[in-house]
Design a protein around this ligand. Structure first.
Ligand SMILES: Cc1cc2nc3c(=O)[nH]c(=O)nc-3n(C[C@H](O)[C@H](O)[C@H](O)COP(=O)(O)OP(=O)(O)OC[C@H]3O[C@@H](n4cnc5c(N)ncnc54)[C@H](O)[C@@H]3O)c2cc1C
Length: 444
């Protein structure tokens, strides 16, 4: 078996390691366009702020370690330029020497990820306007910050945008966040994000909602971000955090099916429309676990699991991908917001009947010092009681409750099951009636 993998980070590196565990003999070649494999994208904002001080810690593993530990043929700075499906070979280019060459395959896994969007706003190519995806991007951003930026504008109040906002504030920079929608963290229901906005304001962040950047203009002091309303925001650094687009060029040019939003189409075994080509990670269209509809969810957990599943299927261990729930969490200063499954707005969009409840419990026994209040929203089917989605915002303990509810959703549990859940309790950890039980009681 000769397996080629395009993309050497979350999905690609997981697929490669799993493939080697399943076969000692397979020839496995991993192509990565950048200089690094398996780096910690999710840690990048914290390197800017200084919580992660050592850049080396962002390298989860290195090409050398993958070579020595897994006997993988790792080719960094090597871009796969085309797929010849009839001849079952790819065309690769060594970006250092410029040499192009063909490599044949028995099976191919595409794990090229998704690229940050750079909307065609006038002036978007000016120096000082950055996106964040990899170590080279973070180096450029950090270099500017270290050089003494005074004002930053972050366009887009999604997960990465807000993580960067926090880290800019930690560096003492006056930070403004501009978001097109009328709320921060657009995947959440709006009312759940109010405490996050309050926290941002309390930290001195300027939050501008329902507004878009219309143009970027050069200025003697750096840049000016001109908003649709005409408001002008001076900045020496601008971050665009307005979403990502699947890197589907190779797949499209090879005639593989892609969905309407550009995600590479795969079946439940993660096979593309060509049975010798699999695809995983941010580049693919997945099934929404709750609605069953096709969607795109760029998250690290799904990408890692899909890489593993694709390798399992290639090496004779048939495995189905169950779909993506969109379980996600973000820390914004001392607040945590997390969600899993469907949001209320997604349920309304698809006209699925639902009921909802809110509770405001303490994360552990109220009599024990340090109890922190959270708000937990539960969405469930009005007939069967099946849990459809959950969101929580607060401090400590939000992560644990959303993880429990993520399991409940995957196991297709009902609110009646939540009443019965037996969860670990001592006063410093939870309550004899845990917030999960309470949600079940109220919903029931
Ligand atoms: C700043 C940041 C913070 C994040 N934080 C979180 C988080 O906290 N939690 C979470 O769940 N997710 C987070 N994510 C998202 C998560 O990192 C992605 O979902 C995950 O990395 C996707 O994995 P992937 O393998 O599909 O793509 P990537 O990790 O993007 O890897 C794809 C790789 O393929 C390479 N490539 C593309 N085309 C080619 C080609 N033709 N030839 C060779 N190589 C190619 C690219 O250079 C890239 O390195 C974050 C992302 C960023 C950028």
């Amino acid at each position: 078996m000769k397996l080629l993998i395009v993309g050497g980070v979350a999905g690609g590196a997981s697929a490669a390691a799993r493939a080697r565990r399943l076969s000692e003999d397979a020839e496995i070649i991993l192509f990565e366009r950048g200089p690094d494999v398996s780096f910690a994208n999710c840690g990048l904002p914290y390197y800017v702020g200084g919580d992660i001080a050592d850049r080396g810690k962002l390298l989860v593993t290195t090409p050398e370690r993958l070579r020595s530990r897994f006997r993988l043929d790792v080719r960094t700075q090597s871009s796969v330029e085309a797929i010849d499906r009839t001849g079952k070979k790819i065309r690769a280019r060594d970006l250092v020497s410029g040499r192009s060459y063909d490599e044949s395959y028995d099976k191919l896994i595409l794990a090229p990820g998704a690229a940050p969007l750079r909307p065609p706003i006038p002036g978007v190519e000016l120096p000082g306007i950055h996106t964040l995806r990899n170590l080279q991007d973070v180096d450029r951003i950090k270099e500017r910050v270290d050089a003494g930026v005074r004002q930053v504008v972050v366009v887009g109040a999604g997960f990465i945008g807000l993580e960067l906002v926090e880290n800019f504030v930690k560096r003492g920079i006056a930070t403004t966040v501009v978001e097109l929608q009328g709320q921060v963290l657009p995947p959440f229901d709006r009312e759940m994000t109010t405490p996050i906005v309050e926290t941002l304001l309390a930290q001195g962040v300027t939050v501008i909602l329902g507004e878009s950047a219309d143009a970027f203009e050069p200025d003697p002091d750096g840049l000016v971000v001109r908003l649709k309303s005409g408001r002008r925001l001076p900045a020496q650094l601008v971050i665009l955090g307005v979403g990502v687009r699947p890197e589907n060029r190779l797949a499209v040019e090879a005639g593989l099916e892609v969905g309407p939003r550009g995600g590479i189409r795969v079946n439940e075994f993660l096979e593309t429309s060509d049975p010798d080509i699999f695809a995983v990670g941010d580049a693919i269209e997945v099934r929404d676990f709750v609605s069953g509809d096709p969607t795109q969810v760029p998250l690290a957990g799904p990408a890692n699991r899909q890489g593993r599943i694709a390798a399992d299927n290639i090496f004779g261990r048939p495995m189905k991908y169950r779909g993506t729930q969109g379980t996600a969490i973000v820390g914004v200063f001392d607040r945590t917001a997390a969600m899993t499954g469907a949001s209320e707005k997604a349920l309304r969009r698809t006209k699925r009947p639902f009921r909802k409840i809110y509770i405001h419990p303490a994360h552990h026994a109220g009599y024990y010092p340090g109890a922190e209040q959270m708000t937990l929203k539960l969405l469930f089917d009005p007939t069967t009681g099946r849990v459809l989605g959950a969101q929580a915002v607060g401090g400590a303990g939000v992560d644990k409750r959303i993880d429990v509810l993520a399991v409940a959703i995957q196991a297709k549990m009902t609110v009646f099951d939540l009443e019965e859940m037996e969860l670990a309790y001592a006063p410093q950890y939870g309550s004899a009636k845990d917030p999960i039980n309470m949600a079940g009681f109220v919903a029931s």
